[in-house]
Design a protein around this ligand. Structure first.
Ligand code: FES
Ligand SMILES: [Fe+2]
Length: 371
């Protein structure tokens, strides 16, 4: 039994953190961004696990992921974030095309081998595949396809992508806790009454039926839940429909998906989606990159558009408040887990998604000194 659970030291030990980055984070498909963020002539720098990655679409529009290191003398090509135009190295100005091949360089007569066979000097490339708008990168050379890795979540991400058209809100926040503490916090609602007593009670479109959330464990690594919207909330949207219009995928619940290891996608009724990636930065710290993606409405009025803007603005403020509360409690968990000597106690039912995460984690990442 005990081997199925993550022991306390896996949340604090820096050697284990290194093994995790070189193991689990290399083997898994890691969410890198959305196709809609790579439109136009842009490229993006980011860190996934312990690798600096450069993401761009090639001439055919397919997202490609490269190591963010110049083939010449290994300068980092671009800083984190979005940049316009072709990739140009800041050191000696080699320029790379959309497929990562050197396109031009100053004083090219000095590099006859590169001029003769530029393909040979292509940037190191990683596996990169998409499910709808969602771009994933796998750092290890071999492993399952994205579709096999995602299982039933593949269809969900494709469906969720149908109407996505803009990033409405985006933020990055540091959390003083191991990424797994933050993920586990996102996987249970048991803490809600004590940690979010003020926030969740104010804005709540959710049914209060005791057995309202339904958990789904169709995949060995991932899980999701659905929580029905309450009748008043659904009726309110029905009344507004003639003004706000229709959107491509409307459902009458809140849904929360965890895609192993470090992505969550949540939505209430499908009119927007929250996409959050939890990046490990050290053994005891992480950064959350959060985006709210809006979907396209059809047949709405100007007044309806204003209504949705209000709903979105309330949503952003709510997300940030909840996030700050979760960040605060996660820091306390980290402070405690540093001193912990026993395995955590996981509740039946209410903490089943945490348990599912532990199983997936232990299967993916050997824990030293534990058979
Ligand atoms: S190191 Fe990149 S051009 Fe020289
Ligand atoms: Fe929370």
């Amino acid at each position: 039994m005990s081997t199925q659970q993550i022991p306390p030291r896996a949340y604090v030990d820096s050697a284990h953190h290194e093994n995790e980055l070189n193991g689990l984070f290399r083997q898994s498909w890691i969410f890198a961004g959305l196709k809609l963020e790579l439109q136009g002539n842009v490229h993006q720098g980011m860190r996934l696990g312990n690798k600096d990655i450069l993401l761009q679409c090639d001439e055919s529009g397919k997202p490609r992921a490269f190591l963010n290191v110049c083939s010449h003398r290994h300068a980092r090509l671009c800083e984190p974030g979005k940049h316009r135009g072709y990739v140009r190295c800041p050191y000696h100005s080699w320029v790379y095309d959309k497929g990562g091949v050197p396109l031009s360089m100053p004083q090219k007569q000095a590099f006859p081998q590169v001029v003769a066979e530029p393909e040979k000097f292509r940037l190191h490339e990683f596996a990169c595949e998409t499910a709808g708008q969602f771009i994933f990168v796998r750092m290890s050379e071999s492993g399952p396809s994205l579709r096999d890795y995602l299982g039933s979540q593949y269809g969900f991400l494709e469906r969720a992508s149908e109407g996505m058209d803009t990033v409405l809100d985006e933020f990055r926040e540091d959390v003083a806790a191991n990424w797994k503490v933050v993920i586990e916090n996102a996987l249970e609602g048991y803490h809600v009454p004590s940690v979010h007593s003020g926030t969740f009670m104010e804005v709540d479109g959710m049914s209060r039926e005791k057995d309202a959330p339904r958990f789904f464990f169709d995949d060995a690594r991932h899980s999701h839940l659905e929580h029905d919207a309450n009748a008043d909330w659904v009726a309110r949207f029905q009344r507004m429909e003639s003004r706000i219009g229709r959107w491509p995928w409307r459902f009458e619940h809140y849904t929360h998906h965890h895609i192993f290891p470090n992505l969550t996608v949540t939505s209430f009724m499908g009119y927007s989606f929250h996409v959050q990636r939890f990046d490990p930065t050290t053994a005891e710290t992480s950064t959350v990159h959060s985006r709210t993606i809006g979907v396209a409405f059809e047949g709405g009025t100007e007044a309806g558009k204003k209504m949705m803007e209000h709903i979105y603005a309330d949503g952003h403020a709510f997300t940030k408040k909840v996030f700050a509360e979760d960040g605060g409690i996660c820091a306390k968990v980290q402070a405690g887990v540093r001193n912990a000597t026993k395995l955590a106690v996981l509740g039946e039912g209410i903490e089943d998604r945490v348990r599912h995460f532990h199983h997936a984690y232990v299967a993916a990442q050997p824990i030293e000194g534990q058979e």
